[in-house]
Design a binder for this molecule. Structure first.
Ligand SMILES: Nc1ncnc2c1ncn2[C@@H]1O[C@H](COP(=O)(O)OP(=O)(O)OP(=O)(O)O)[C@@H](O)[C@H]1O
Ligand SMILES: [Mg+2]
Length: 469
């Protein structure tokens, strides 16, 4: 059986944690796209040769010794031995093929194996591995299959194991589901056999160091320039905001953008399952939940964090993703003087978002009358921003909706901005436009006036109106 050695401890796991936690530099111009290496389909022969060389290598080297070397020396060591093996076994290969094989083998022994080239690319949003032979990536909003393959399911599982062991977790038959992250901050989920029937399923949300800014979102057409202006005002004047959207629709990105408009003097506390937000302000406390350890102890939930936040004299609380009963604590915070708090919720429309909040409150075991729950919601949330990934792969803000009050038992909302789809071009790209619904005085008008932003708000809304004409 081909062995997959444990990865030397010092090669990757140790250093980056500190780097990840350092405050990032302010956003700069978008980085040029990383050159894309073509993902060549490899023949069965290639995998066969690689497997033979790999086995011979494992027989030859002492892995525990290799672990003591730094990455460069380890690579050198492997390079020498692999060249010898190829010469001795008389494999017919071109220099280029030999280089490729060497690179592959080093990646297997020292890093994330066949995933390395994908992890190195900046243009990929997600990597989805379904067993050893099917690896998909999301690029520019589109999911595509790659030629990347693992030798077998065992190699894939070993790499999964290597990833999760960095955060002190384990994935195997007895604990087949695991969340983890890479040293660079990328979010990882693994579900292993027997739960995953065709080999381990590994999903990676790549961490983007250079987070998108609102101006970039405008450039991509996710929102119109005037719409972006309204969002900036919403962020600045301390509206309580929920960002709603489906998986990978751009919720976290949008939340991060909005936090850019928080004043530098404000004390902000963020609560996340896996730190993704990058606030630029100096006065920020970042908190992260903790899963239970292998013995099932020590879990700290989002709810624990949000509750604790309230004792930390926050001015704003930002919750990365609201999934459960912590919603109640967030709403409480929103209507007890922590204006400008924000969070994201997984839902497909502003209306659905409100329903989800109601059911999340029920999950917490509160037995409040429905009307009371709705009154709390209305009293807390000012604006819902809906993000969506449309069928052409583009990500757009489809609604900016205000929560304005109650009529009887029903929550009344009012759309400020909508994205209207008008058709599609010959390449299948959707054509559409962000339009104002004609509301001249949104519910947060007084708030805008209080912060001296009423003129700016009026101008942005008027400009949108004019465009619609
Ligand atoms: N408007 C946009 N245009 C292009 N790419 C975008 C846009 N918004 C977000 N992205 C990219 O899409 C990916 C997913 O974004 P993000 O993490 O914000 O989504 P999410 O809704 O928070 O996902 P999840 O539900 O998994 O938490 C990221 O790689 C991000 O850079
Ligand atoms: Mg997210």
């Amino acid at each position: 059986m081909p062995l997959d050695p444990p990865r030397p401890a010092e090669t990757r796991a140790a250093a980056p944690a500190a780097q990840r936690r350092s405050v990032e530099a302010p956003p700069t111009a978008p980085r040029p796209e990383a050159p894309r290496k073509p993902q060549r389909e490899r023949s069965e022969g290639y995998y066969d040769t690689k497997s033979q060389v790999f086995s011979a290598l494992i027989d030859t080297i002492d892995l525990s010794q290799l672990a003591k070397l730094d990455q460069e020396s380890a690579r050198e060591e492997i390079r020498d031995i692999v060249n010898d093996i190829i010469a001795i076994k008389n494999f017919a290969m071109s220099i280029a093929e030999q280089e490729e094989l060497l690179e592959d083998i080093c990646n297997d022994v020292l890093g994330y194996g066949p995933l390395e080239p994908l992890l190195a690319r900046d243009d990929i949003a997600d990597i989805m591995v379904n067993g050893s032979k099917n690896v998909y990536i999301e690029v520019n909003g589109k999911v595509e299959q790659t030629g990347v393959r693992f030798r077998d399911n065992q190699q894939l599982l070993n790499i999964c194991q290597r990833i999760v062991s960095q955060v002190g977790r384990r994935v195997d038959e007895s604990s087949p589901i695991c969340d983890a992250r890479l040293p660079d901050g990328s979010r990882v989920n693994v579900i292993a056999p027997p739960l995953a029937i065709d080999g381990a399923a590994l999903t990676i949300r790549k961490f983007k160091k250079d987070k998108l800014t609102l101006d970039q979102l405008v450039k991509f057409g996710a929102i119109s320039p005037e719409g972006a202006e309204v969002l900036k005002i919403i962020g600045r004047v301390r509206c309580n905001v929920i960002i709603s959207g489906g998986t990978g629709s751009g919720k976290t990105t949008l939340l991060n953008c909005l936090t850019n408009y928080v004043d530098r003097e404000e004390r902000v506390i963020t609560c996340e399952d896996s730190a993704e937000l990058q606030l630029q302000q100096p006065h920020v406390v970042r908190l992260e939940t903790r899963p239970p350890n292998l013995e099932g102890e020590g879990e700290v939930t989002m709810r624990d964090l949000v509750k604790n936040c309230l004792r930390m004299r926050p001015e704003r609380i930002i919750v990365g993703e609201v999934r459960g009963p912590e919603v109640f604590d967030l709403l409480q915070a929103m209507n007890t003087g922590h204006d400008g708090s924000m969070g994201t919720i997984h839902s497909n429309s502003p209306r659905e978002c409100l329903n989800r909040i109601e059911s999340m409150i029920a999950m917490g075991g509160y037995t409040l009358p429905q009307k009371t729950v709705r009154e709390i919601i209305v009293g807390s949330i000012d604006v819902i921003i809906q993000a969506a990934r449309l069928r052409d792969g583009s990500r757009r803000i489809t609604h900016v909706t205000e929560v304005i009050g109650m009529e009887g038992d029903v929550i009344i909302t009012q759309d400020l901005i909508l994205y209207n789809i008008k058709g599609e071009d010959q390449n299948g790209r959707l054509l559409g436009q962000h339009v104002s619904t004609g509301v001249g005085r949104p519910g947060f008008w007084d708030r805008a006036r209080y912060y001296g932003e009423e003129q700016r708000l009026a101008n942005a809304l008027e400009a949108m109106e004019r465009q619609a004409e």
